[in-house]
Design a protein around this ligand. Structure first.
Ligand code: SAH
Ligand code: SF4
Ligand code: F3S
Length: 443
């Protein structure tokens, strides 16, 4: 068994990858006594948790590996591991392009890393394990370790939607929900460590379903109700959601408990029905608006955010205009937008891409300008309002300050004291900055 060994982890991609990376660290700490290092040069293991959602994310992987090649030249004993969605998609091709890689593992085999490391220490030859396992990894995770008052918990993995442009169903496999009891147990363990806010993760959290002890269905709305009954948990967030499964019973939970934050990330992707159809999203703009209208009847001030794909094959200027219109129509708060990226093996990759790169860039610029204006408008409306924030710790920019987040995910910096960390406090918003707000404690 190795001791005093150092692990360097670099993570790309979504929050599920972040969650997985934190579990990888706990697993290797428990099995081999690994400590984390921020300095790749002093590491015994270099581990890359990858993302392949867009071509650019995938390119980053090989750039990073190129840098690590130099480190391995100096220290041939170093173990290089590649996991995540690129590993799942490319498998051995990674090794063919980077012969110095030792271990290739997938999002669902990361719990086997301790064994893989034992094997590699015995015999230096490539190990690849990118198989899909059903909940096996969750069953092998060590006790969760809270890093502060807010924590992530993956409740469902994979995706069955097969949107025409997306790689995720191929890299992350079919939708598999974790048993609800395991989720409640993980949350209970986190609350014992001071966690007050839980953020449920999944490619589509609202597709969640498992069975209760009586054999009844435990839907996503039921899971939310169960979590809301945990006294120590005061705030519940969840991401990401898909409009086709954002059903009435989920909307009703917003009425049932105010522990669910006044914020929802519900990606629409495009404001044009023609494009939504080509994307195989399974809903129309009208149906999307209906969900938001119903939600706003219960929560008039709820902030809604979205993802947008710009320049999807066949998107003409009129389709693009419709996306512009839906942004102001729904009055989205902060949103993400990306230029469409062709992903190998997806149905959309065979569509004729008729838009020039320049045009796509121009459209992205216009969309982002509008989104930023709206985000700013939302923030300005918060000026002088009283906001409840969960104090997470010392501010990153100014160590004399503390910070917390509002329900709609704005960071608020304020003058406070260490005893406030982990508690909810009310602050008055006194200044609006581009990426954060300034608050003042109410006496
Ligand atoms: N399951 C979520 C999204 C997960 S992927 C949903 O369906 O909404 C996160 C975001 O990446 C997507 O919302 C989409 O906007 C973006 N994305 C996915 N594939 C893409 C591609 N091929 N090109 C550009 N953006 C993409
Ligand atoms: Fe990708 Fe669509 Fe699944 Fe979201 S719902 S992960 S965009 S296939
Ligand atoms: Fe990327 Fe895989 Fe997440 S492709 S966005 S790391 S599910």
């Amino acid at each position: 068994m190795l001791t005093n060994k150092k692990l360097y982890i670099k993570t790309f991609g979504c929050q599920m990858n972040q969650y997985d990376s934190s579990k990888i660290f706990s697993l290797l700490k428990n099995s081999h006594g690994f400590e984390k290092t921020e300095n790749a040069e002093e590491a015994d293991i270099l581990l890359l948790n990858t993302c392949s959602i867009r071509e650019k994310s995938q390119e980053k992987v090989f750039h990073q590996l190129g840098r690590w090649k130099k480190i391995k030249k100096i220290n041939p004993n170093i173990i290089i591991c590649v996991g995540g969605c690129v590993a799942s998609q490319e498998g051995k091709i990674i090794y063919q392009r980077a012969k110095y890689v030792d271990i290739i593992f997938g999002p669902q085999t990361l719990h086997r890393l301790p064994n893989m490391i034992n094997e590699i220490n015995k015999k230096r030859s490539l190990i690849i394990d990118i198989s899909f396992t059903k909940n096996e990894k969750f069953n092998n995770f060590p006790k969760p370790h809270a890093k502060g008052p807010t924590a992530f918990v993956t409740i469902i993995e994979g995706c069955n939607k097969y949107c025409s442009y997306c790689i995720v169903p191929y890299t992350r496999g079919k939708e598999v929900s974790r048993p609800y009891k395991d989720i409640l147990f993980e949350i209970a363990q986190l609350t014992k460590q001071g966690v007050r806010e839980i953020n449920l993760l999944g490619q589509n959290v609202n597709a969640y379903h498992s069975k209760t002890i009586n054999g009844d269905n435990c839907s996503f709305s039921k899971l939310l109700r169960l979590i809301s009954k945990i006294n120590e948990i005061d705030r519940i967030r969840f991401t990401t959601n898909h409009p086709i499964e954002f059903t009435e019973d989920i909307i009703e939970v917003y009425n049932y408990t105010h522990k669910i934050v006044n914020h929802l990330h519900l990606p629409i992707q495009s404001g044009s029905d023609k494009i939504l159809k080509k994307m195989k999203r399974g809903y129309t703009v009208f149906e999307y608006k209906n969900i938001i209208n119903k939600l706003r009847k219960i929560r008039p001030n709820i902030s809604i955010s979205s993802d947008f794909i710009i320049g999807f094959p066949g998107e003409d200027y009129d389709d693009f205009k419709k996306t512009i219109d839906i942004i102001s129509d729904i009055n989205f708060d902060a949103s993400y937008s990306f230029i469409y990226s062709k992903r190998p093996g997806t149905p959309a990759s065979k569509l004729k891409d008729n838009i020039t790169q320049n045009e796509k860039k121009q459209r992205l610029y216009l969309i982002q300008k509008l989104i930023n204006q709206q985000t700013m408008k939302y923030s300005k409306n918060m000026l002088n309002s009283i906001q409840k924030i969960l104090v997470e710790g010392v501010s990153r920019k100014n160590t004399n300050d503390f910070f917390g987040r509002t329900e709609n995910n704005r960071i608020v910096n304020f003058k406070g004291s260490i005893d406030m960390v982990g508690n909810f406090i009310n602050v008055k918003i006194i200044n609006i900055l581009p990426n954060s707000l300034r608050g003042e404690i109410l006496t």
